[in-house]
Design a protein around this ligand. Structure first.
Ligand code: FAD
Ligand code: NAD
Length: 464
């Protein structure tokens, strides 16, 4: 094969694209990956999952040292924030991981092309670099171009006072007053970071609840907890505009006085990246939400063109993009490849964390499916008492007739780790009784899942 002809070209090196490229190379395909940003890793590694989790960790340690050590008999004084070091650590974490993808590409013989990729016709991708355009050809092309922050009419982003999550990962000072537009995952995670570091945080949400899509009961509990932490929620608030003014910003809300603040974080969702991709040259038209339509094997309407991750339907999650990338190239290379969408967990990395997998009570009711419920509070867990993390609960939903687990929803410390057991159980089509009878180490938070399963399957738990 010539230098620029491959079995597969992947456009985009986020968790969907880079994982697909590596897996395809491991399966014996010759693979090129085109990425427009200097660093590999996509939204997730550069300006998403990883930097936000680094900030959540540092801010949690700062707040816990300031507010919680006393109760453990540890006296500290003069606790101070060194924001520059905190931000530098976050940048170092990102750089280490993005460079790691470069090494993985070399190890797996994935050829990287730096530049903006676009179709010029079936099987043809042009990579626009600074002074030159490189032409690549391949039998198959995988679109993994991800997503970007959704704009909101009237909100004028200036990349400083009024910005998106990208700016909120790097404010040079703790804002006196941060207004967050949208009580979704980004608004709550990054709102938590700056609230812990000392900002007054006001979250404006259009709906009458936070975290749409999540279990209603747990979302309500979460709101009360965040309010206790000092975050102010104004639900039912429709934002119609925001702009920088002087050294701060102004936000317009229907039915209220304009809100003055120091900074604004716009977090009202994300939209797929398809602009400038030359999709028309291969006959692909995105749907009304800008997503590329695919079949069960991630094939688009154009022969030899596939799409995965945030650019197609489904939750915008890094691990969902990864699963799709692997299933897509496995199907290309072997004829088999499948994603079990029922067992994809989602986690909000606030404190406490909120995690879920499978269907919510609201979804089961809407679908007319009879279910049994076990709900075990961490207040009744020995380990939760010992570590001082008694907030929250595990809620397990099982089919009323077959006992098969249909959904698990957890709010509490380490919920993001605990949900993995529930996801594996669901992937293996476990019943509530299966989990209830499995031995769980004592004392662990995971015992709360076992107890919730006992309640769902037999009506009672041991410890509450
Ligand atoms: P992306 O990661 O967006 O990658 C697409 C890549 O394609 C990018 O690198 C882009 O530069 C490149 N690209 C686009 N167009 C072109 C082109 N024409 N030519 C060349 N390259 C191109 N998800 C989680 O699961 N857990 C989390 O904790 C989490 N936290 C998040 C926090 C924040 C602040 C944000 C914004 C998102 C978070 N997400 C999280 C969502 C997660 O980042 C995305 O779901 C995930 O990155 C999607 O992966 P992807 O590969 O589809 O796309
Ligand atoms: P989101 O969809 O989670 O939340 C957006 C919120 O904005 C909603 O509650 C919506 O009702 C509200 N809203 C919309 N228009 C509004 C208006 N005019 N005024 C006030 N409120 C308005 O979106 P997000 O928080 O921006 O996150 C985007 C995506 O990134 C999510 O789909 C999520 O999957 C992904 N993400 C995941 C994680 C994680 O897995 N931990 C973390 C961050 C982001």
């Amino acid at each position: 094969m010539s230098n620029n002809t491959f079995d597969l070209i992947v456009i985009g090196a986020g968790p969907g694209g880079y994982v697909a490229a590596i897996k395809a190379a491991q399966l014996g395909l010759s693979v090129a990956c085109v990425e427009k940003e200097p660093a590999l890793g996509g939204t997730c590694l550069r300006v998403g999952c990883i930097p936000s989790k680094a900030l959540l960790e540092s801010s949690a340690r700062f707040a816990a040292t300031r507010d919680e050590l006393k109760a453990h008999g540890v006296k500290v004084s003069g606790v101070e924030l060194d924001l520059a070091t905190l931000l530098r650590r976050k940048d170092q974490v990102v750089t280490t991981l993005t460079k790691g993808i470069d090494s993985l590409f070399k190890k797996n013989k994935v050829t990287r092309f730096a530049g903006l990729g676009s179709f010029t016709g079936p099987g043809k991708v042009a990579v626009k670099q600074k002074d030159v355009t490189v032409e690549l050809t391949a039998k198959n092309v995988l679109i993994a171009t991800g997503s970007k922050s959704a704009p909101l009419a009237g909100v004028v982003l200036d990349g400083d006072r009024v910005g998106t999550s990208t700016e909120a990962l790097a404010y040079p000072e703790v804002p006196g007053h941060l207004v967050v537009i949208g009580a979704g995952v980004i608004g709550l995670e990054l709102g938590s970071v700056w609230s812990r570091l000392g900002a007054k945080v006001t979250v404006l949400e259009y709906l009458d609840r936070i975290l749409p899509g999540m279990d209603v009961e747990l979302a309500g509990e979460a709101r009360k907890t965040f309010e206790k932490q000092g975050i102010e929620f104004r639900l039912g608030s429709k934002v119609t505009g925001a702009r920088a003014e002087g050294k701060g910003a102004i936000v317009d809300v229907v039915g209220s006085e304009p809100l003055r603040c120091d900074r604004v974080l716009l977090a009202v969702g994300r939209i797929p990246n398809t602009e400038g991709l030359g999709l028309e040259t291969v006959g692909i038209a995105p749907d009304a939400k800008g997503r590329i339509e695919v079949n069960d094997h991630f094939a688009t309407s154009a022969p030899g063109v596939y799409a995965i991750g945030d650019v197609i339907k489904g939750p915008m999650l890094a691990h969902k993009a990864e699963e799709e990338g692997i299933a897509c190239v496995e199907h290309l290379a072997t004829g088999y490849g499948h994603v079990d969408y029922n067992s994809i967990p989602s986690v909000v990395y606030t404190h406490p964390e909120i995690a879920s997998v499978g269907r919510t009570e609201e979804e089961l009711k809407a679908a007319g499916i009879a279910y049994k419920k076990g709900s075990f509070p961490f207040l009744a867990s020995g380990r939760a008492r010992a570590i001082g993390e008694t907030e929250g609960r595990v809620k397990l939903l099982a089919d009323a007739t077959t006992d098969r687990i249909l959904g698990v929803h957890i709010i509490g410390a380490h919920a993001g780790d605990l949900i993995a057991e529930a996801a594996v159980a669901m992937a293996f089509h476990a019943s509530a009784e299966d989990v209830a009878r499995a031995s769980h180490a004592h004392p662990t938070l995971a015992e709360a899942l076992k107890e919730a399963a006992m309640m769902a399957t037999g009506g009672v738990a041991i410890h509450c």
